[in-house]
Design a protein. Structure first.
Length: 330
């Protein structure tokens, strides 16, 4: 009763070994089973006695709904069928509920997957605004001077991440950022489900995505955009780090900054940020190292940003009177 291998359907014969095992438990003759099965009332009466003795409950519609809700919580992490079915069976055993046939367990898991998917869609679209919808819809439109959609163009194999191809990488990143998606929507979803949604969306053609119901289509596009933004940023990281390392590997550094408009994430509004430039140029003193500029943008004008960006620089700093630099001179 605690560790059954599988549930028997109504038309399936009971294996002889099982009949013999049960007969030994109840101290009866296994050969008497055909006579026992003649009277349906006897079997039903004994079944009710066993339920009362073992403290078992029948599986009905309320148990179906409760179990589907429990399995849906697990689906938020994984949608592997074997894992979900094992969880459903173990939950029923712990609650002393008689196991239904496997077809019912499959329906429970399917219902749980549907419920969890809707929860994931709502979580990804919780902060959606009209301008988000317009931007996501535009990804399925054909890009100017091409015969492919913006989404297809963004998903094309990226060029090698070096200084020669940085502009195209930045163009892709700018398009993703122009969607102005709210901060913090990706981490709300378990990484396994989020990545699977992004991978499934990447394998589909734009016209397939267009056939989805609105909630699923927009959620899939959001997952693709977040994953694509992360991939584009990661591809730009090596050349940007190389430029930063080259600029800061100097004895005299020239920092400066200027206010720039920054697109606020989530609401599409503009706020004042800061673009900081760090210049390395030693040509006037006869150095052969190539000049370079490293740009660092921060959303607000606070001293912690230049202090963090120049934390490992300990040589000569030519700076203006901005108070944020004071900690660097101490």
């Amino acid at each position: 009763m605690f560790c059954p291998g599988y549930a028997l359907a109504g038309d399936m014969p009971v294996p002889d070994l099982v009949v013999q095992w049960v007969a030994r438990q109840v101290q009866s003759d296994a050969a008497a089973r055909p006579q026992y099965g003649i009277r349906d009332e006897t079997r039903r009466e004994h079944f009710q006695e066993l339920r009362a003795y073992l403290g078992l409950s029948a599986f009905g519609l309320p148990e179906f709904r409760t179990l589907a809700h429990s399995v849906a919580d697990l689906v938020m992490q994984t949608d592997k069928g074997l894992v979900l079915a094992a969880h459903a069976l173990e939950t029923l055993r712990q609650r002393h509920i008689i196991l239904p046939i496997l077809a019912v367990i499959e329906r429970v898991c399917a219902e749980a997957v549907t419920r969890a998917n809707r929860r994931i869609y709502r979580a990804l679209l919780e902060q959606r605004q009209p301008h988000h919808k317009r931007g996501l819809d535009n990804l399925l439109n054909v890009a100017p001077d091409t015969n492919i959609t913006w989404l297809m163009w963004l998903r094309q194999s990226p060029l090698k991440p070096n200084s020669r191809h940085m502009r195209k990488q930045i163009e892709r990143l700018n398009i993703f950022q122009s969607l102005a998606l709210p901060d913090g929507i990706g981490p709300q979803i378990h990484q396994n489900r989020f990545l699977k949604m992004a991978r499934e969306g990447a394998q589909m053609q734009p016209f397939d995505l267009a056939k989805f119901e609105d909630e699923r289509r927009y959620a899939t596009l959001v997952a693709l955009a977040i994953e694509g933004m992360g991939a584009a940023s990661a591809q730009l990281r090596p050349p940007v780090d190389a430029i930063r390392h080259h600029v800061l590997a100097v004895t005299k550094l020239h920092p400066d900054d200027k206010p720039v408009p920054v697109l606020a994430s989530g609401n599409g509004k503009i706020k004042n940020g800061r673009l900081r430039t760090y210049v390395r140029d030693e040509r006037l003193v006869g150095a052969t190292a190539p000049p370079a500029v490293w740009f660092a943008c921060s959303p607000v004008h606070k001293g912690i940003h230049p202090q963090t960006q120049q934390a490992k620089f300990d040589d000569i700093l030519h700076a203006d009177g901005y108070a944020g630099f004071n900690a660097l001179f101490e």
